[in-house]
Ligand binder design. Structure first.
Ligand SMILES: NC(=O)C1=CN([C@@H]2O[C@H](COP(=O)(O)OP(=O)(O)OC[C@H]3O[C@@H](n4cnc5c(N)ncnc54)[C@H](OP(=O)(O)O)[C@@H]3O)[C@@H](O)[C@H]2O)C=CC1
Ligand SMILES: O=C(O)CCC(=O)C(=O)O
Length: 411
């Protein structure tokens, strides 16, 4: 079952639990708009290269559509569709006034030069500029994109519409980005993990962690968990995985990576098989890379007692069932990685107000939002007698359904 089928299945299950009308269920599932554009750019060697870009705008009942832009070779329309739908439920779970969207371009950013990436981003923005906007659809970074990508999008969009800082979030601070946004998804993962472990009488400082992905989400989650006394015993990226039973020295690893090192040549670690990372001995597994990495091939071998979904859709439907039978507790993506979009909301608010918050306020507000949504998910789990994924889905779907009904059905 691919990401779209799995996400839609979770949505339908939530809709049934909530007793939603079948017409409303159908309308909530179908995306508001799907955009597919051809992006041709000259490469540095003068030859032309053509890429396909997507933006799926899933729902706008609760506010402007919101979600990241992914640059990755495996980007395809079904995946973008699933990720856009997940954004609709995620923004509702977080109680930020947005709908959901997601975009992506099928490309290999690691093999492209900075100027090729800039040209591709500008062409993509030219193709979609009249369909995004501060009060319509607000992109942000995702896998393979970053603050620089958002700066190019902002600049290209502003050529058509005038200076519009709130059209994208996750921007560089010098262009109106928010303090704390770079770390926000990882920080949200930390707050979510604290909330779940406390619920089970445990703490970060007494727990061991394995983290897949050492990009924006994974590296911030690792640093913040390490700062709180958590022991990170294994981690990995696209190049491979490393482990150390006594805990990996994360600040030293960050310095090593910032000096163009790679995971595999870091000192005092053992190199492990990339596939072994997900079934490594640990208390908490935190996938922060691709979707579908936990599946029927490895779910039965997972040793962790808790899984915190830093990535979007890391656990497929079959794995969910196997893990539930094993008693593994999964904290779902639409809550666990919502720190990014929550601080994106703060960035958008600051841009509209023309006023900058200090980082302490950003982090304090983020913690408040994360605590509130955890409590609301638990309340839903209790009233619907369901697991955390269904608790989060019913919470999100119910809020979007209520907004849709309140706006009315008249054509
Ligand atoms: N950025 C954000 O604010 C948010 C991101 N997310 C989700 O979090 C996940 C990670 O995003 P983000 O951190 O931004 O992305 P980045 O591009 O910053 O980092 C991705 C990381 O995953 C690694 N990776 C890629 N492919 C593999 C693989 N096959 N096996 C193991 N590791 C791999 C990359 O390795 P390498 O660097 O070596 O290529 C890199 O370390 C995605 O699922 C994204 O949708 C969710 C909410 C918000
Ligand atoms: O910050 C945002 O607007 C969206 C981040 C994102 O793409 C996600 O939460 O998956």
């Amino acid at each position: 079952m691919n990401a779209l089928a799995a996400t839609s299945r979770n949505f339908r299950q939530a809709a049934r639990l909530l007793g939603l009308d079948s017409k409303l269920e159908k309308s909530l599932l179908i995306p508001f708009r799907e955009i597919k554009v051809e992006c041709t750019i000259p490469k540095d060697d003068g030859t032309l290269a053509t890429f396909v870009g997507f933006r799926v705008q899933h729902d706008n009942a609760r506010g402007p559509m919101k979600g990241g832009i992914r640059y990755h070779p495996e980007v395809d329309p079904d995946e973008v569709n699933a990720l856009a739908q997940l954004m609709t439920w995620k923004t509702a779970v977080a109680a930020v006034p947005y709908g959901g969207a997601k975009g992506g371009i099928g490309c290999s950013p690691g093999e492209m030069s900075t100027s090729e990436l800039e040209r591709l981003t500008r062409v993509f923005t030219q193709k979609i500029h009249d369909l995004i906007g501060t009060h319509a659809d607000v992109p942000a970074p995702d896998m393979g994109t970053n603050a620089q990508t958002m700066a190019w999008m902002l600049d290209e969009y502003s050529k058509f519409h005038g200076h519009s800082p709130a059209v994208v979030t996750g921007k560089p601070i010098d262009l109106g980005g928010s303090l704390g946004r770079d770390a926000a998804t990882g920080r949200g993962v930390l707050y979510a993990t604290e909330a779940l472990l406390t619920e089970h009488g445990k703490s970060i400082s007494g727990s061991t962690f394995a983290i897949q992905g050492f990009g924006n989400v994974g590296s911030w989650a690792a640093q913040l968990i390490h700062q709180k006394g958590g022991k990170i015993v294994a981690l990995g990226d696209v190049t491979g995985a490393i482990s150390n039973k006594s805990g990996i020295d994360i600040p030293a690893l960050m310095e090593h990576m910032n000096n163009s090192g790679s995971l595999k040549d870091f000192h005092s670690v053992e190199i492990i098989d990339a596939a072994e990372l997900l079934v490594h001995e640990c208390d908490v597994l935190v996938p922060c890379a691709l979707g579908g990495v936990l599946n029927r091939g490895n779910a039965a071998d997972v040793k962790a007692r808790f899984i915190i979904e830093g990535a979007n859709h890391p656990t497929d439907t079959e794995a969910d069932e196997i893990l539930a039978k094993k008693g593994v507790i999964v904290l779902p993506d639409i809550y666990a990685n919502s720190g990014g979009v929550i601080v994106s909301y703060f960035e958008w608010v600051q841009n509209i107000q023309g006023f900058m918050w200090d980082e302490e306020k950003v982090n304090m507000e983020l913690q408040k939002y994360m605590k509130n949504s955890f409590q609301h998910i638990k309340d839903m789990c209790k009233s619907q007698n369901c697991n955390l994924r269904m608790g989060a889905f019913t919470l999100g779907v119910n809020r979007v359904a209520r907004a849709t009904l309140l706006r009315g059905w008249e054509a």
